[in-house]
Design a protein around this ligand. Structure first.
Ligand SMILES: [Zn+2]
Length: 97
């Protein structure tokens, strides 16, 4: 094996490992960013008024409502009840009322 070939091989290996390193750093960065986003989203979640769960935002009939993971309680912001009532015509909501 000649020195030139050896050098070339080394250079290729270095390049390969450098790229691998950059890839893993980039992956780590993305993972950290995703975790931070998840944590921020978790921190923003409302606590259930009953105190034993966290509210998950979901969209029902085009209206965003918060529902508790634990007890299933539903939280409506101001005006959301009216929005649901307007959309409702003989479905579950009027039966519920
Ligand atoms: Zn609850």
């Amino acid at each position: 094996m000649s020195d030139i070939f050896d050098d070339r091989k080394k250079a290729l290996e270095e390049d390969y490992f450098r790229r691998k390193e950059q890839e893993s750093i980039e992956k780590m960065r993305q993972k950290m960013a995703a975790e931070q986003q998840a944590q921020a989203a978790e921190a923003k979640r409302l606590e259930c008024p009953r105190g034993d769960g966290k509210m998950t935002t979901l969209t029902f009939e085009g209206v965003e409502i918060d529902r508790c993971d634990v007890c299933g309680g539903v939280w409506l912001d101001k005006g959301e009840l009216e929005q649901l009532r307007e959309k409702e015509s003989g479905g579950w909501f009027s039966r519920w009322r």
